[in-house]
Write a protein that binds this ligand. Structure first.
Ligand SMILES: [Zn+2]
Length: 189
């Protein structure tokens, strides 16, 4: 068992075929994940791994946190508390990777051919939070936020309703920690 602890966690995360990835400073946010070899469109790149927790536990742990690595599974009852390389990919509104859930596990796949040296990015499509999540991806397609279009539309509708009901209701409601998911923009299949 001592041997296992000598390996970086990320080695253990990649159980299938691993694309060689490195973590380097990123112009998008702090550090990013880069590929050192070309990746073919459709290839499985890395798992979004981590312990499974409930949405309630996620809120308890991360409510108010500026940055989390949570990923909500399709069952609506499970959240991955991301760790390892897969969780460190930055968001972009013009992504080269997309996530897909297969039998309860989440993987990042290449949306297009990716050249060696490119930063790997995917569209977080954040939801379930009201804290600002500005995007600095720098893409001409940037929508200015890491939230999904669907969530933003929902927030705008909610805001409109709130304004209609006017100032008599003070908002004392707590917020929840945002999670990424695979719905909405960024999905091509
Ligand atoms: Zn953007």
């Amino acid at each position: 068992m001592l041997v296992l602890t000598l390996f970086p966690k990320t080695v253990l995360v990649c159980e299938i075929k691993c694309v060689p990835l490195v973590v380097r400073p990123s112009p998008i946010h702090a550090v990013g994940v880069y590929t050192t070899t070309p990746i073919r469109k459709g290839a499985r790149v890395v798992e979004y791994g981590g312990p499974r927790i409930t949405p309630e536990e996620a809120d308890r742990r991360y409510d108010g946190s500026a940055r989390t690595y949570l990923y909500g599974l399709e069952d609506g009852k499970t959240v991955i508390d991301g760790e390892g390389l897969g969780a460190y990919l930055n968001h972009s509104c013009d992504p080269n990777c997309e996530v897909d859930e297969i039998k309860g596990r989440v993987w990042l796949f290449a949306l297009r051919d990716i050249a060696a040296g490119e930063e790997l990015v995917w569209d977080y499509n954040l939801y379930d939070d009201e804290e600002p999540a500005p995007c600095h991806c720098g893409s001409p397609k940037c929508r200015g936020t890491m939230y999904s279009r669907e969530w933003m539309a929902k927030m705008r509708r909610r805001e409109a309703r709130k304004n209609k009901e006017s100032e008599k209701t003070k908002n004392g409601k707590g917020t929840t920690s945002s999670r990424a998911n695979s719905d909405g923009m960024g999905r091509s299949a």
